[in-house]
Ligand binder design. Sequence first.
Ligand code: UDP
Length: 380
Amino acid sequence: MIKKYDYLVVGTGIFGATVAERLSSAGKKVLIIDRRPHLAGNIYSYTDEETGVEVHKYGSHIFHTEIDEVWKYITQFAEFNDYVHTVNTRHKGKLYPIPINLDTINLLYETNMTADEAEEFVTKEAEDGKKKYGIVEPRNFEEKGISLVGEKLYKAFLKNYTEKQWNTSAINLSAEILSRIPVRFSHNNRYFMTAKYQGIPKGGYTRMVEKMLESRNIDVKLGIDFKDIKETLPDEITIIYCGQVDELLDYELGVLPWRSLRFESEKTENGLGEAVINEADSDVPYTRTHDYKYYQIHQPEIVKQKISYISREYPTDFSKGGEAYYPVNNEESRKLYDEYVKLCNKKYPNMILGGRLGAYQYWDMDKAIKNAMDLVGELS
Ligand code: UDP
């Protein structure tokens, strides 16, 4: 049965789906499996019957990219609406735009500075912070944050949120994480400021993945674990594995560190009035709340209804067998990952690791698609 396939793709998330689709277009026969009972990995969404709200089961996913090739590719499988993501963050009971912009600065300092004045002011705050803490070349998230915006803005909007998300002091975290949320001295409040394209698929993410896997060359099997079928695989089949490599290899070298999330959801008439509100303070145990209906701007009747479907997002520790969301990237974990890759190559010479889980990378959806497209380009 399994003999008729050229490739086995393990995982139906956006990376696996793109790989399967690209291979099938090149005439290859592909079997794609997922151990979950549903498609689409962590971008899975479903419609809540009562409200018509598209619930993003594993937290908000907003498609955004600067890569023409990726946009051209993904729009073959879904029509996207014109949603533009903006986020407010709550600090001491007040809402502020995040990423930090001119309004965030003026609201926090209770000033009315122009863009130039604010830039000069924040530069001075940053210089003062660097002096106070003896920062020369920022070595971690905390030093980078202070060097960028000064102590007050850093402590209000970046430090506590980040420490909640990663459950460690910001001095143990990479400065690189900050590049995801730049500072601007304008009223621009777009979360993804440089995204050339963004939106939400009108029919939902799961439908989009279904369309990607519609080809006659692809068979999809859900609720199947790789371990259940590995003994039945022919030697010549190539496996694209989008799961966690440490689990695959029975944690032989130890556990790769991840952060996980837990969602508490409810239907309520006290919605947010926008899609996401972050919680910047340490006394609120969750990092953000999602109000999914605001993504459906192409269905005004859904947005206008009184009821909202909201989910509060609690960062949690990851344990073996749990859901992995964010790789805890540091020197030690990268080294361990590299060791696992070597071991994997030995044990499964026909296997390629990929996707957020398999590559142990903090990728956005577009990055995962781009990597998948490049991989298939190299294979064919
Ligand atoms: N971040 C922060 N304050 C916020 C939002 C984000 O300090 O209000 C930091 C935090 O360290 C987080 C990183 O920025 O890990 C990336 O945030 P992003 O929203 O990109 O995370 P994702 O959407 O991938 O969960």
